[in-house]
Design a binder for this molecule. Structure first.
Ligand code: DQA
Length: 145
């Protein structure tokens, strides 16, 4: 059976395509899901994309991925910069974790320069727009080969 890659998204990313398009672009999360599924198909990987605005729900999605998924791609949104709970959850996951940020967080406010999630991530893709998600799935193909 094909391995599953879970693509997790934190707060406000449900508004992708409508929210600050000058920063995050015009593609929606559905567009991202379709692009990831296509790249995954080429690599023999299944993908599922989930989003929540709630920190505890994101932690529980990581717990579920422990049972179902070979790898996690995660854009934690603002929880990147605040959530020790999310870091702790990711530390319970055994497979590879790739952190994605659509914008170049290092060109932005200094509070966006620190990521708790980066302490766990096997790789980080920053500032490549929504294309970063598909790049992360491609990297999963290498890590899980
Ligand atoms: C983001 C960057 C975060 O600082 C911000 O809070 C987001 C999106 C990005 O994808 O660029 O919600 O993770």
């Amino acid at each position: 059976m094909a391995k599953l890659i879970t693509i997790l998204n934190g707060p406000n990313l449900n508004l992708l395509g409508k929210r600050q398009p000058e920063i995050y672009g015009h593609e929606t999360l559905d567009d991202v899901a379709a692009a990831c599924a296509e790249v995954g198909r080429g690599l023999g990987l299944n993908t599922e994309l989930l989003q929540t605005n709630h920190e505890g729900a994101l932690v529980e999605m990581v717990h579920k991925a422990r049972e179902t998924s070979a790898g996690i791609v995660i854009n934690p949104g603002a929880f990147t910069h605040t959530s020790v709970a999310l870091l702790d959850a990711l530390n319970t996951f055994e497979g590879p974790v790739i952190e994605v940020h659509i914008s170049n967080v290092h060109q932005r406010e200094s509070f966006r320069h620190h990521s708790y999630v980066s302490l766990r991530a096997n790789g980080i893709i920053v500032g490549c727009g929504t294309e970063g998600y598909a790049l992360a799935v491609r990297r999963m193909g290498t890590l899980l080969a």
